[in-house]
Structure formats: C-alpha cells, structure tokens
Ligand binder design. Structure first.
Ligand SMILES: [Zn+2]
Ligand SMILES: [Zn+2]
Length: 648
C-alpha cells in the first residue's frame, strides 16, 4: 500500500500502481470527469501514470493554471498533427503552452501558410480531437530518438535531442502522431471541444536572428464552445481598448519615425494627464517623507561599471557617447539607482538621519529590440516613478510596510481593485547564489512576509525567484478584462550599497552599510498610462481625465453665455472647453462621447434665459438641468469621493 496525501491534507491509502485518475474516481466520479492533469511531489505527470510510492498528489481541472497548461500543451500536439497531415514534409520544432493558449514553431520549407488557411487547420484539429485519442508517454534511448528524427531530416529535433541526456528522453504518442515531449497531457484529445488559431508570426529558431526563420502559429482551445465565444468577445473588447488606438483617438501620445522607434512623444493632453499623475504621487510621497532629487540623463561609463549595469545592459544597449576628450565615455542611463547612490554618498550620515528617501521621475533608456517594441508598454526611453530608500537593517520592516501603503493608495485611487502579490525569496538550497549576509537575508525575508501579512495582502511565496541582490515583493494587477499586469515592485538590495560603499555611522560609532529599497508604484509613466488606458477603456477617473467638461452651445448666439459658464467652472478649477464650432448639437454630443469627455453641458436659448445648463453624462445620458454652480458642486463632490488623501 502507498499513502497519497491530497492538497487538503487528507491521506488515502491505495495499492501501489494506482493512477491519479483512479484516485480522482475514488473521490467522486463527477470530480474525476473534470480532472485533466496531475502533479505528484511537485512533478507534472500524466493522469494515467502509475503511482508507486508515498507522496503528495494534486489533481487539476480546467479551473487551475496547471490544468490549462496541460490542456494547451496537448492542443499544441493536435495542432502539430493537423499541420503534418495537411502539409506533409514540414519540420516541427517546438510547441509550448503559453499564458493564453499555445503555439507551434514550424519550418514549412518551400510551402507557405497564410491566415486564410487557418480555418482548414482548425477543422482538421477538431476532427482529430473528436477521435478521443489517448496521450501516452514512451521512453526512448537517445540513439533511437536521434535516429527517428534523422530519418525525417528534422535537424531541429536532432539538435534538441543532442542537448538531452540519455535516459531522460520521452515521446508522446496519440493517434498516428508522435512528438518529442516531457509530458503533462490531458487524458485524451476528446476533451478539446473548441479551437481558434489566432495568429501567424515569424520566429527565429531558438530566438536567434542568425538562425532560420520559422513560422509560429498561435492558437487557443477550450473545453466548451461557450468559453471560446466568451474569449473571442474579450479579444474584441481588448482591441477596442488597445492603448495605441485609444492614445491616438484621445490625442495623448504619438510616435515619429524621424524621432526614432520606441521613443514616445507626449501630446498636450497626454502631457497634462501625466503631469496630474506625477503631482498626485508627489503629494503622497511628500507626506510619506520622500525628498525629490534630480539627476542627469547620462553618466560616465565608469558609474555603470561600478553599479554592474554596464555588464548587464552594456553590449546589448545604447553604446557609449564619446566626447572630444580622448577616452571619455558617457552612457544614457539605464537606471536611476547609481545616481541616487552617489547622492547618498555626497554627505556623511548618522543612523539618526536614516531613512533617507530619494524620489525622482527619472527618464531611463534601454535598447529594446525593434520586434519587442509595443506602444507605450515596451519603449526605448521611459520615465520611472523611481525612489530609493536608504535605511538601517532594523528599519527595513517599517519602511517596507510604508511602501506597501503607498502602493495600495495608488491602486485604490486609480481603480485597480483586483490584485495579488508575489513574494520572491532565495532558493534555500543555493545560498552561494546570493550576496549579503545570511542574517540580513533572513531579516529582509521575514520583514517582507511580515509586512504582506500585516497589510492583509493576498500573497504567494516563490522560492528561488529573488534577485541575487535581495528579495522582493511584486504586485500583479488584474484589469477590467481580467488580464494580469505586473505593476509596482518593492525590491530590497544589498548589492548597490556594497558596490558604492555606502555607509552611515551607527549608534555604536562604527560605520555600517545601509540597506537599499528600490520601489516604483507606477513602474514607468509610459507603461502605467498604457495599462490605465486599457483598464478604463479611456474613461479615466474624473480627477485625472484631461478634459472633464465640454460645453456645447446650440449655436453661436449663445457664445457669450457659454463663455460665462466656462469662466465659472475654470474659477472652480474644473477642466472645461467650449465647443463653438458651427456643427449640429447631435454631432457635438457624438464627438464628445467618442472623446470620452465625462460631462457635456448643453446651452441654448432656454438655458441662457433661466441661467441653467443641461447636463449629459458620458455613457449615461441626460441628467436634467441645473445651475452652473450646482454642476460645479457635483463635480467637486465626485472628484472628492474618487481621490482620497494619502494618510500616513
Ligand atoms: Zn506533450
Ligand atoms: Zn533602483
């Protein structure tokens, strides 16, 4: 008998050789019907794998990430089979599951495939799926595996196998199809009920531009047709909310080939939006005891050699700027931290002066590959809402909690209510990978968990995910469409204080190294605005939106009255504009709606006579008439409700 421990801690005894699916059936037939994947002692296995020893078994359904992974991984096998049947002679390379679906990279040789061929592939996949073919794993010697692919002339699989150790090589078979595979499948193809191939793209073998360009086919699959329909609706909605499209429509930012790829140009409305975001954070930071600093956009190469950033970014980034002075070299700054370390180094500090919290909206430059650039989310120059806290090891705990408060305040004010966090700690089995004393690491890791705990955060701990220089806490935000974005990182750092020889005088009169915390609640202004655009669909909170009110006059006869209303609103610091154009009121309303102006005030003969305005709210319609003063009060109340003060 073997003892199987289930996630709820219960232990069940079975004959050795029982499979995860049989264990599922022993729990309930209904549950077993939903089980599609399993892991045993943290290793992904098949639901048909015989269990021969004691251990922890987790059974996954479609509702688990692991279940989805097995589902999409298996779907990639079905895609590969369909492609092989439709395009004999092609060479398969790799085909993993990804966050949303799967892909397969294929060398089509002299054959071509285009978007319009995808429907045929989908149909083929569905007909294979309907065959309910079981996925079965089979071990192979390296020699046999090499032989199999050499005969096919598939140099890609040969290369993959050559890098594997003999004794670890397995194949997966289903129906007439075989693929090199490590395992982790759903029980049979029949569980896949709905398939959509979403995109075709080019991809280099092993991601290297020097290698052959392959064709990457992306797809997604579901256990129910209904799930696919919902997913496609979500995609439609995501397209509407694409920040590149909204940024253009709302005149927030643009790009110019002349200026250069990945270098955003902020238009007046975008700049105003960004300034408001910056001021919002500055105000909260001031309350939280931060001091603003400013550092230049370039620094001597040596600075980044000292910080280690040159080793990390140097060769693959913007190259040094030379000057007329022989041997003098500057770099565009890839990070603000080295500059802030030198600001710290400019004075002598005692423990009584700490913590020092230096904040800067600092623009940094990193050379992203042109294929990686994407709107405002991947750019080559961006402004971080950066700050570095220099504190004693004992202050770390308190400082960490304060940073969490600030991040939560930012999320709350901008409508990001759905988020979770990840605590990244050392791999306890590899202490040599990390710098800094064991004592400090333990202190820092405890401080982070303690802070997450006391702030009531929904957090998961990942061992081995910490940077070599310190543990960190990441915030993952879910937007209105349920997509996850990483926003806000709080990172402890023992490395830079060492490299820059930072010190302070302790109460013992000895010199000590401070601990450094890097943090950026927005991440970068560019990326944050992009996420905010996609989250809100361009309907920013009233306190933040560039233009709050549009005054629409029925004709030029009411220009004077419109101006009077505008003056009153501006006097109350409400951001409004008058639409004087000689257009119909219907057109003016439509355009204001399109531009996502939260409020429209319609003024005509009756309104002027009564000293009133007719109020329309974006997306809601008519709110009736009121005096300009009571409208102003309405705006004031709504803004106040949205933007709470930061309380330290
Ligand atoms: Zn597989
Ligand atoms: Zn930093």
């Amino acid at each position: 008998m073997i003892a199987i421990t289930l996630p709820d801690g219960s232990v069940k005894h079975f004959e050795a050789g029982i499979t995860p699916m049989e264990v599922a059936k022993s729990i309930s037939e209904g549950f077993a019907r939903n089980v599609i994947s399993a892991s045993f002692n943290d290793v992904t296995i098949e639901t048909s794998t015989a269990l021969t020893e004691d251990g922890n078994l987790i059974l996954y359904t479609w509702n688990n990430d692991e279940g989805k992974k097995a589902f999409w991984h298996s779907s990639a096998h079905i895609l590969a089979q369909a492609l092989e049947e439709l395009y004999p002679g092609i060479k398969l390379t790799i085909g993993p599951a990804i966050e949303n679906g799967f892909y397969y990279d294929v060398d089509f040789g002299d054959k071509t495939i285009t978007e319009k061929d995808l429907k045929e592939v989908e149909d083929k996949m569905l007909s294979i799926a309907r065959g309910k073919h079981e996925f079965t794993m089979r071990e192979s010697s390296k020699e046999d595996a090499l032989d199999y692919y050499k005969k096919q002339g598939n140099e890609y699989k040969v290369e993959l196998i050559e890098n594997l150790e003999d004794g670890t090589i397995t194949f997966c078979d289903h129906d007439t199809f075989t693929d090199l595979c490590r395992g982790g499948h759903i029980p049979n193809t029949g569980i896949v009920k709905a398939i959509k191939l979403t995109n075709i793209a080019g991809a280099y073998w092993r991601g290297d531009e020097k290698n052959t360009q392959l064709t990457r086919i992306y797809g997604i699959s579901f256990p129910k047709q209904k799930d696919l329909t919902e997913y496609l609706q979500l995609l439609e909605e995501a397209k509407k909310r694409d920040h590149r499209k909204l940024g253009r429509e709302l005149e927030l930012f643009t790009f110019s080939q002349k200026v250069g790829q990945g270098l955003p140009l902020w238009l007046p409305k975008g700049a105003a939006l960004r300034e408001r975001l910056e001021n919002f954070l500055k105000k909260a930071q001031k309350k939280a005891g931060y001091e603003m600093v400013i550092s230049p956009h370039i620094g001597q190469k040596e600075l980044y050699v000292t910080s280690g950033h040159y080793a990390k970014y140097g060769a693959d980034s913007f190259q040094p700027i030379k000057t007329p002075s022989e041997g003098e070299e500057f770099l565009l700054k890839p990070m603000n931290c080295p500059h802030h370390c030198e600001i710290f180094n400019s004075s002598a500090w005692s423990y009584k002066d700490l913590p020092k919290r230096f904040a800067e909206f600092g623009t940094v430059y990193r050379y992203e590959q042109s294929g990686e650039l994407h709107g405002l989310t991947r750019v080559r120059g961006f402004t971080q809402d950066d700050a570095h806290i220099f504190c004693t090891p004992d202050q770390l705990d308190g400082e960490f909690k304060k940073v969490i408060d600030l991040v939560l305040y930012v999320f709350g004010s901008l409508g990001f209510e759905n988020f979770y966090t990840q605590v990244s700690l050392r791999d306890p089995n590899k202490p040599e990978k990390y710098i800094g004393s064991l004592e400090n690491w333990e202190k820092a890791e405890r401080a982070i968990i303690d802070a997450a705990e006391s702030k009531g955060l929904d957090y998961k701990v990942e061992y081995g995910e910490a940077a070599f220089y310190g543990p960190k806490l990441d915030f993952m935000v879910k937007d209105a469409l349920g997509r996850s974005w990483q926003l806000g990182t709080i990172q402890v750092d023992y490395n830079l204080p060492e490299r820059f020889e930072l010190e302070y005088k302790g109460s013992d009169n000895e010199m000590h190294r401070p601990v450094m915390i890097h943090r950026a609640p927005f991440g970068s202004m560019e990326r944050f605005v992009a996420i905010l655009l996609e989250h809100t669909g361009g309907n920013f909170p009233l306190w933040l939106t560039p233009q709050q009110v549009s005054i629409l006059s029925l004709s030029e006869k009411y220009e004077k009255y419109s101006q009077k209303v505008l003056d009153l609103l501006e006097n109350d610091e409400i951001r409004a504009l008058v639409d004087h154009r000689n257009e119909t009121i219907g057109k003016k309303i439509r355009e204001a709606e399109m531009n996502k102006i939260p409020y429209m005030l319609i003024v005509g003969e009756q309104e002027e006579k009564d000293g009133m305005v007719s109020v329309r709210k974006h997306g809601e319609g008519d709110l009736g008439t009121m005096t300009p003063e009571s409208f102003s009060e309405l705006i004031r109340q709504e803004t106040k409700k949205e933007s709470k003060e930061f309380i330290v």
